[in-house]
Design a protein around this ligand. Structure first.
Ligand SMILES: CC(C)(COP(=O)(O)OP(=O)(O)OC[C@H]1O[C@@H](n2cnc3c(N)ncnc32)[C@H](O)[C@@H]1OP(=O)(O)O)[C@@H](O)C(=O)NCCC(=O)NCCS
Length: 224
């Protein structure tokens, strides 16, 4: 039989976890700083995607950039106590971009969401700086209890297309998660996680020398 007291205690502890998560520093900058961050997001998409020709094209045609920009605003609404408007803004963005980012998620600087459709980022997820998420990737929970239940990503982490990263696990800096992997355990810095459930490998080449986003579209572009 379910021990309801234990469930309640877990929920209360979970609320506290969520409060601590909400107090994550450095992600609610002043307006001028916010504009700098939005421009950085634009530059990051332009720099990461070899198919991007101009910043104007990125600003107008990249759903990943649009979803991230709106998240920067909805995250501020969320922390200002405007929780329902924050959720509505986030859901409207999901409708237009196919990318669902909970307004409570803490996202570092220069995230690049490539293609975007089907990306899900949960409420208590934390994403470091200079990360890449491909379409269909999920930073999700494994349980329905409250509290910290989504992953924490270090800096320069790449999550391949269709990959699922589940639970309050930690992926260290420079981790690469292969396309379609399902990651349910911590991954140490610099490692590559592949398969279902993901197995961890250490690549021979350092992260800086590895191709961080292999886009088949580029091959087609070279061939024609
Ligand atoms: C995981 C990944 C980063 C590895 O790249 P890498 O360091 O260059 O490694 P390699 O391509 O040399 O592959 C190393 C091994 O992993 C295997 N592998 C690569 N990607 C894999 C994946 N997603 N799932 C399972 N195995 C994979 C390779 O077959 C190879 O196996 P082997 O050692 O038995 O021959 C890359 O393959 C990947 O999945 N990137 C995601 C990019 C993406 O989502 N692009 C979408 C663009 S639209």
């Amino acid at each position: 039989m379910t021990d309801l007291r234990a469930v309640r205690a877990q929920t209360v502890a979970g609320d506290e976890d969520e409060r601590q998560h909400a107090q994550h520093p450095g992600h609610r900058p002043g307006l001028r700083h916010l504009i700098e961050i939005l421009l950085e997001d634009l530059d990051a998409a332009h720099a990461h995607d070899p198919a991007a020709r101009t910043r104007l094209e990125v600003a107008l045609a990249y759903p990943g950039v649009h979803a991230l920009w709106v998240h920067r605003v909805s995250h501020r609404l969320w922390h200002a106590g405007w929780r329902l408007p924050a959720r509505l803004v986030s859901q409207a963005t999901r409708f237009f971009t196919g990318i669902e980012i909970h307004p409570g998620a803490v996202i570092g600087r220069r995230l690049f969401i490539d293609h975007g459709m089907g990306v899900v980022v949960g409420q208590t997820a934390v994403i470091g700086d200079d990360c890449i998420l491909f379409h269909g990737s999920t930073l999700g929970g494994r349980s329905m209890t409250r509290g910290k239940r989504h992953p924490t990503l270090g800096d320069r982490v790449m999550i391949g297309a269709g990959a699922k990263v589940l639970g309050p696990i930690v992926l260290g800096d420079d981790v690469q998660v292969g396309a379609n992997a399902v990651v349910v355990k911590d991954v140490p810095a610099g490692a590559v996680a592949l398969g279902v459930p993901a197995q961890v490998r250490f690549p021979h080449a350092p992260p800086s020398e590895r191709d961080r986003h292999e886009d088949p579209a580029l091959l087609i572009e070279y061939m024609i």
